[in-house]
Unconditional design. Structure first.
Length: 134
């Protein structure tokens, strides 16, 4: 299941960014994909999150999948380094991954993810990451 969620995210093409508008579109697309990927069995996802902290095998599987997503994000950032403000691509990728994951889990896994307020929070997340990167 968790692999299915991550595969939704890393299926995005790693493209070059030529303008701030393209950067904004890529950030929005990445977060939208991550948000939609969490529509897959949210109650089961909640159970998996608990198991990450109580089962070493599940924790290891989660770490391996997170490394794949972090690799994807880092590769994207490095490829577009000339357009970005950041200098440590792996650290920035980790920050982006964890911030998005925590906020989306809060909205989708532990809430409904469908309220007007949730959409506003997601829009703020997109803006925050865009401003951090560009």
């Amino acid at each position: 299941y968790y692999e299915q969620v991550m595969n939704e995210v890393i299926s995005l093409p790693v493209t070059d960014i030529h303008s701030p508008e393209e950067g904004k579109a890529i950030v929005d697309l990445f977060i939208d994909k991550l948000f939609l990927a969490h529509d897959i069995h949210p109650k089961f996802h909640r159970e998996i999150i608990a198991m990450i902290y109580s089962d070493d095998e599940v924790r290891q599987l989660n770490e391996n999948l997170e490394k794949q997503v972090l690799g994807f994000i880092t590769q994207f950032l490095q490829k577009n380094r000339k357009s970005l403000r950041i200098e440590d691509y792996e650290a920035a990728g980790f920050v982006i991954l964890k911030v998005c994951e925590e906020l989306i889990h809060h909205l989708k896994i532990f809430g409904t993810g469908s309220s007007k307020r949730d959409r506003q929070i997601l829009a703020e997340l997109k803006d925050m990451i865009f401003r951090y990167l560009f």
